[in-house]
Write a protein that binds this ligand. Structure first.
Ligand SMILES: C[S@@+](CC[C@H](N)C(=O)[O-])C[C@H]1O[C@@H](n2cnc3c(N)ncnc32)[C@H](O)[C@@H]1O
Length: 214
């Protein structure tokens, strides 16, 4: 399996995100926070520089969080971001490849995938979402925040061009395996997830979904 390499991009990630999309990705990441009051055990996959992690810690003071990422530099940035928060000891960082990681069974109330599943091919997603489903408790939640392709012709053309450029960039600089964006909806349904809530941003180019395991 191909590894991705976000270490070199890590110091630039916030800057690149901000000049490209302003604060819209962050709006999308945190848009389901109000639904997460009850969660105790959380797994954040491909957490990156920790912007969602910081917001979750600020809103849920007693939540235990595991944050997994393949990039040491991203983990360093996430750690620096949260270190002054009173509940930062609630976070355990895991440096590893999600495909090599042994997911614990029925442990989590919430798994978070923000701008993470877009890095993978459809067969990698098939494998990964089975493991994610098994790692959740019954009625556990999944956040899927990512890019999406709007329906209207004009927006669809524009977003397809943007995605083409972004995939070219991330394939060259982060060596991601995906060549295009895959919608995980059918895989989530196959793995017994039910869609509970959905929000769109930036002309529907960004989408945040809250799924619940049946
Ligand atoms: C596009 S970034 C998104 C980061 C963050 N979730 C966000 O919302 O900005 C993808 C993140 O996933 C991590 N990643 C990519 N492939 C991975 C893998 N196979 N295992 C674990 N982490 C991975 C990268 O290091 C990077 O931090």
């Amino acid at each position: 399996m191909k590894k991705s390499y976000f270490d070199k991009l890590a110091p630039w990630y916030y800057f690149l995100e901000t000049i490209s999309f302003g604060n819209q990705l962050q709006q999308c990441r945190i848009s389901q926070l109000a639904e997460l009051n009850e969660v105790k055990n959380v797994l954040i996959l491909g957490d990156g520089n920790g912007r969602f992690l910081e917001s979750l810690l600020k809103s849920n003071s007693n939540t235990e969080i595991e944050s997994l990422d393949i990039s040491r530099n991203m983990i360093g940035l996430a750690n620096a971001r949260i270190t002054s928060l009173p509940n930062s000891s609630k976070v355990g960082f895991i440096h590893g490849d999600v495909f090599d990681w042994d997911f614990p069974k029925f442990k989590y109330d919430l798994v978070v995938t923000n701008f993470f599943l877009d890095c993978f091919t459809y067969s990698e997603l098939t494998n990964l979402l089975q493991k994610v489903s098994l790692s959740l408790k019954p009625q556990g939640k999944l956040i899927y925040g990512d890019f999406s392709v709007p329906k209207s012709l004009f927006k669809k053309t524009l977003s397809s061009l943007l995605l083409f450029g972004m995939y070219l960039f991330f394939r060259i600089f982060a060596r991601i395996s995906a060549k295009t964006l895959h919608d995980p909806t059918s895989l989530l349904i196959e793995n017994n997830f039910i869609l509970m809530n959905e929000k769109y941003y930036l002309w529907s180019f960004l989408k945040s979904q809250l799924w619940i395991k049946n």
